[in-house]
Design a protein around this ligand. Structure first.
Ligand code: ATP
Ligand code: MG
Length: 427
């Protein structure tokens, strides 16, 4: 029986808190996983940024990537390592590069999801280009923005087609406000989207491999309070519905870590924003939910590394489109999309693996989040974000949220009912 080491790389940007927790819990777990006659051990290392030879090897089996979406040297290093060295990385860097919010709206409309009516409009202004004047004078039609607003109905949302981080998002209530928002949109190519007005639930469903976690979200709260700590805010059926929606999106785009925002109005769910590959992972936004996310990182990384899961390099949309074209009610289609997703994400094998090899993860994580090391991770993140006079206040604030989670988690672990499956899929 040989001892085999799997190398895990963390490709990080401004991340501070979750990697510290990830590394500390990994050390505490001190895993020795028996697999095909070998004992699998793990080493975690932070990936450095440096010049690289396109033909050089890659020591990592799995890289957890937080940089691809904006730091291109790392993105290109990852693309090289996937192609040349069979590296496994989440998310698929080609898919992150190619698919913006606009594509995700089109794709999920095609699958029949209840996406609000959305138009695209040409930009207000342009980069200089020798062909620009001729192109626009010959081919661009004058359009009546106000009439488009009337058609979609106010209020509506104007937002960049490739948005993120609420950049350039404006809610407009009338034609004058719409015109002003357009004037101010500059070179951005904009969507004009009907608002889901009067919703009674706003949920962010985080998907990590086959794992899903729904959070009640409050967009009107300050940044650090938007993820609420409420539990039991939707039924089990609704939670499974959002799980299916999220996993379908994530499997479609080969985004293993992404989140889907959906609004409920009159009992119906409307997904509004689901192009968030590599979503926020900071304790300063997630607080109560942060331990879940750290566990989700650990489980999926360990599973992929231990089992030598093969990365899907090519996007494959055809099986979803085939179902979309069937003459079936949407719920049945969704059932079938989700079945593809659960298969692509290996849900059953993942749950079995976690129950067999990571049964102690809950307990170890619960203990870790009571230690000075965990508090220091929170403090370091707070220090990076807040002015000095607020360090103490916000460290205590987020720390107390985590302690509230520990009390809740302890009660959950003490219950004699069997724990949920790690993925969140109903048995
Ligand atoms: N169609 C809509 N109906 C209702 N509210 C909307 C709609 N579109 C956007 N919003 C509101 O505007 C916010 C920002 O929009 P959106 O999530 O599309 O932008 P983003 O820049 O991708 O944001 P994020 O940082 O969440 O990725 C949403 O959280 C929501 O509160
Ligand atoms: Mg959003």
């Amino acid at each position: 029986m040989a001892e085999v080491t799997r190398h895990i790389g963390l490709s990080l940007g401004a991340d501070i808190c979750w990697p510290l927790c990830f590394e500390a819990i990994m050390k505490e777990l001190d895993l020795r996983i028996p697999m095909n006659g070998d004992t699998i051990r793990f080493e975690v290392e932070r990936v450095t940024i440096e010049p690289f030879d396109l033909r050089q090897g890659c020591k990592y089996d799995v890289v957890v990537d937080r940089l691809t979406h904006w730091y291109h040297t790392s993105r290109e290093w990852i693309k090289k390592a996937v192609l040349m060295n069979d590296l496994y990385v989440f998310n698929n860097p080609w898919s992150v590069q190619a698919n913006e919010k606009h594509t995700t709206y089109c794709a999920m409309m095609r699958l029949g999801m209840r996406i609000p009516d959305t138009w695209m409009v040409p930009p207000k202004s342009y980069e200089e280009n020798p062909d620009l004047k001729l192109t626009l004078t010959r081919h661009a039609k004058l359009f009546d923005l106000g009439a488009l607003g009337e058609r979609l109905g106010f209020p509506l949302f104007m937002k960049p087609y490739d948005g993120g981080g609420w950049r350039g998002v404006t809610k407009v209530d009338n034609a004058a406000a719409m015109k002003k928002a357009y004037e101010e949109s500059g070179k951005a190519v904009m969507h004009v989207q009907a608002a889901i007005h009067g919703y009674d639930r706003f949920v962010r469903c985080i998907g990590f491999g086959p794992q899903t976690h729904c959070v009640l979200y409050d967009p009107s709260a300050p940044l650090h309070e938007r993820y609420t700590t409420k539990t039991d805010f939707i039924s089990k059926e609704e939670e499974q519905h959002l799980r299916k929606i999220t996993l379908t999106i994530n499997a479609f785009f080969d985004w293993e870590f992404n989140s889907c925002e959906a609004l409920r109005r009159d009992g119906l769910w409307y997904p509004i924003d689901f192009a968030n590959p590599c979503p926020d992972s900071q304790v300063t936004s997630l607080h109560w939910h942060f331990p879940w996310l750290v566990k989700a990182y650990l489980r999926w990384t360990i599973f992929c590394a231990a089992t030598k899961r093969k990365m899907r390099k090519n996007q494959d949309w055809a099986p979803f489109i085939e179902i979309a074209d069937m003459d079936l009610p949407f719920e049945e289609k969704l059932e079938r999309y989700a079945a593809i997703a659960e298969k692509r994400f290996d849900t059953d094998r993942f749950d079995e693996f976690c129950m067999k090899h990571l049964a102690h993860l809950d307990e170890v994580t619960w203990k870790f989040f009571g230690t000075p090391a965990a508090k220091d991770a929170v403090r370091q993140k707070v220090a990076a974000l807040y002015p000095p006079h607020e360090h103490e206040k916000f460290t205590e604030h987020f720390w107390s949220r985590i302690q509230e989670w520990r009390a809740w988690e302890e009660a959950r672990m003490r219950k004699s009912v069997p724990a949920d499956r790690p993925s969140g899929k109903l048995p």
